[in-house]
Design a protein around this ligand. Structure first.
Ligand code: DGL
Length: 268
């Protein structure tokens, strides 16, 4: 009966929640959107570690059986340390599964990564993708567009023209969307790329890893729960629950009934 916890700074992680529900529809989920602290991309690493520790405590308090950091920033700055020291529930992130796939299986040679400034500065993508040739581009202007529900238009294209230039320069065969907010912009990105570059959304690879690992650990829910086989999702946010409710409904293509505010997690 225990839920799977998923969190992000905002709506970006919904791209992961959506795929998780397609892959494991019987599971119950808890989704936390940190709207009080979005964007993470311009914060210091120490600040992010503090914010994420609070969210992990919240998830543990909700008795989750696994936690997915549906956020590249947390996956870059917090996950490696926790995995090294051991953590009481299985933890998953966005970076290692896609990096492994790009290196082994997908046959990429030159990889572009779009991510926020903190993720880029952590150097984790380049490290995990080595020995592939890669360029990581900081994209500070993209998350605010997505949080406002703006997925196309002149402003978006002008920001992307700047961010995609180094990727085109590398003649990348693969582009990784290194922030869970960016898949909402994928149609424009694909339209703008000229060299037939393949665009990859890491959530697909993270979801595969979660499914395989939970299966191995015998943590998957087997019994039907009397709700047509579909699990529940509880939504939480550190600020603006009404805002989140309408945006999340739009993104998920279904009515989001209830979003609870966790104000203790607002001021970190
Ligand atoms: N969506 C998150 C990520 O994947 C955080 C983006 C942000 O708040 O800057 O990095």
């Amino acid at each position: 009966m225990q839920p799977i916890g998923i969190f992000d700074s905002g709506v970006g992680g919904l791209t992961v929640l959506k795929r998780m529900r397609e892959a494991l529809p019987r599971e119950n989920y808890i989704y936390f959107a940190d709207l009080a602290n979005v964007p993470y991309g311009d914060k210091s690493p120490g600040h992010i570690v503090k914010i994420v520790s609070g969210i992990l405590d919240f998830m543990r308090h909700k008795n989750v059986k696994a936690i997915i950091m549906a956020c590249n920033t947390s996956s870059a700055l917090v996950l490696p340390g926790l995995l090294e020291n051991g953590y009481p529930v299985p933890l998953f992130g966005m970076i290692e599964p896609i990096a492994e796939a790009a290196k082994n299986g997908l046959g990429s040679k030159r990889v572009g990564i779009l991510a926020n400034p903190v993720t880029v500065n952590s150097g984790i993508y380049q490290k995990m993708l080595a020995p592939l040739n890669s360029v990581a581009v900081p994209c500070p202007r993209l998350v605010p567009f997505v949080e406002k529900g703006i997925f196309e238009g002149e402003e978006v294209e002008s920001a992307l023209a700047e961010y995609l230039a180094p990727v085109e320069e590398l003649n990348a065969d693969t582009l990784i969307l290194g922030c869970t907010h960016y898949p909402f912009l994928a149609p424009v990105i694909e339209k703008m790329l000229k060299n037939g570059t393949r665009v990859l959304d890491p959530s697909l690879y993270t979801v595969k890893q979660v499914k395989q690992t939970l299966h191995k650990l015998c943590l998957l829910r087997k019994m039907n729960n009397g709700n047509g086989g579909k699990g529940r999702v509880e939504f939480y946010t550190s600020k603006s629950p009404e805002n989140f409710k309408s945006l999340a409904g739009l993104f998920l293509g279904e009515q989001v009934e209830d979003v609870k505010e966790v104000s203790e997690l607002a001021a970190v």
